[in-house]
Design a protein around this ligand. Structure first.
Ligand SMILES: *Cc1c(COP(=O)(O)O)cnc(C)c1O
Length: 458
């Protein structure tokens, strides 16, 4: 999708303000109009704040690049899920892979969340943050004997099983431990989530889940296994879904299965609808949690089952920003490059998914697009890859030393970061009201090679 297809001039219905303007030179994202949609962020006069804290102050105190998360914004979305589904017995299992910092998990533990994990490491994080294994569901296509053994020993709430071989392995491990393993099958409903192909998971040529056609037979197989307790059914069709229709289509298929399981004497306790609700990064118009609930509730309430959700992105994306400083401006004949101190190792979404994220200044030079000095800039890192960019062709007025905030960076930001080019990973900070705390130290370069061992000639 080209820039111009995605961004028409978007006038926001709520504020009446124009959020984006696509010109032949690049995309202008109005910082104030954008921040009006991001509950954690606001401009006071011309300075950007997260909750009650100035972003420039945060950059000064903690350095850049730095991820900053609003505690309140995380809690507000979590609460929106629990409020919207209050009429049903339900459990929100936050998908840890979106943002697995212990402080983030701890805030959600306090709020009463359960968790969706995809590795043993994520379970260890949840436990370290004070969470209970009994409120954790374990997803993922490649669980090993050791993963299963650890999870069963800790008292995992449910394995979301993705294949017959996984099912038999879980039975084998449970038998060895003399335990019964609670399972649900992850059903692949063959529904097009209409999202980026890398984050679509519910089509029959994706690696995930058990096909709708095979599900009944696999459940019957599971029912015959000695150390398996069938407790639920699960589906997760993709991420950053902006429409409700694919969720409804998937739910219809899962309900069909629940009925046929009942006909065959297999009773479930819960239905897990996965995660995937999209967020507004710049000018997308994703379905709201309320609308999502409204569409699903009538069908769900008839089932009489506990409902699980596994939201990740929608809970944390817009609670976070990545702060980065402009190091070097490099205008050239064809392109203007702003080289910043964050790079694709810190935030890979633009490179990996062609994701477009907003980049707004910590201090507004002046309002409007027609000011002197506004030019189209590619915001790039210092890594030796042409794919190393955070945003392209953005109309901004920049000078070296300016601090920028990449918004929507709370999900799949830090967790996907790496040390490529021997770059220490960014620090992480949480803000609450006028308080702020370091929640992960910036890595040191020495720590990157501390576990490496020089070859010794013998
Ligand atoms: C990634 C993932 C989620 C979370 O998806 P979001 O789009 O972040 O809400 C939920 N369930 C499973 C199984 C996942 O792999």
């Amino acid at each position: 999708m080209s820039h111009s297809e995605l961004h028409a001039d978007v006038t926001d219905s709520a504020t009446g303000e124009t959020v984006t303007i696509q010109t032949e030179h690049g995309l202008y994202v109005d910082p104030k109009a954008l921040s009006a949609h991001l509950p954690a962020l606001s401009y006071r006069d011309d300075a950007l704040y997260m909750e009650q804290v100035s972003v420039d102050e945060l950059a000064k105190q903690y350095g850049t690049p730095c991820y900053v998360y609003s505690k309140q914004a995380i809690l507000d979305v979590y609460q929106a899920y629990t409020d919207s589904f209050a009429s049903l017995d339900h459990q929100v299992c936050y998908a840890v892979k979106a943002n697995s910092n212990l402080a983030v998990l701890g805030v959600l533990v306090q709020a009463g969340a359960g968790f969706d994990i995809v590795s043993r490491g994520e379970l260890m994080r949840v436990l370290a943050a004070g969470g209970a294994a009994s409120r954790v569901v374990f997803s993922g296509v490649g669980k090993t004997y050791g993963d299963i053994e650890y999870a069963l020993t800790q008292g995992i709430g449910c394995f979301n099983v993705e294949s017959i071989s996984e099912l038999t392995l879980i039975n084998e491990v449970a038998a060895a431990l003399n335990k019964r393993a609670p399972i649900s099958l992850r059903v692949n409903p063959n529904v097009d989530a209409k999202t980026h192909p890398y984050i679509s998971t519910g089509l029959k040529d994706n690696k995930f889940g058990i096909t709708h056609e095979d599900a009944l037979a696999v459940y019957q197989q599971a029912a015959d296994l000695s150390h398996i307790d069938i407790v639920g059914i699960d589906c997760h069709i993709g991420s950053q879904l902006t429409e409700v229709a694919p969720f409804v289509a998937a739910l219809d298929k899962v309900i069909e299965l629940i009925h046929s399981l009942r006909d065959h004497g297999i009773e479930l306790r819960h239905i897990d609808l996965g995660g995937g609700l999209g967020v507004r990064y710049i000018d997308e118009t994703p379905v709201s949690i309320d609308e999502f609930a409204e569409a699903l509730l009538p069908k769900l309430s008839e089932l009489g089952l506990t409902v699980f959700f596994e939201p990740g992105r929608s809970i944390v994306a817009n609670a976070g920003v990545l702060l980065t400083q402009v190091d070097v401006l490099k205008p050239t004949e064809h392109k203007n490059f702003a080289i910043v101190d964050a790079a694709m190792n810190d935030l890979i979404r633009p490179a990996l998914y062609q994701a477009e994220m907003a980049v707004i200044p910590s201090t507004l030079p002046s309002d409007g697009i027609d000011t002197n000095g506004t030019k189209p800039w590619d915001i790039v890192g210092a890594i030796c890859e042409t794919g190393d960019f955070l945003a392209k062709d953005r109309l901004l007025s920049l000078e070296a030393g300016a601090v920028l905030a990449v918004t929507g960076a709370g999900a799949y930001g830090f967790t996907m970061s790496s040390n490529y080019n021997s770059r220490p990973r960014a620090s992480e900070v949480m803000v609450s009201g006028n308080n702020h705390q370091l929640i992960r130290k910036r890595e040191t370069v020495e720590a990157l090679y501390a576990d490496e061992i020089l070859w010794q000639d013998k």
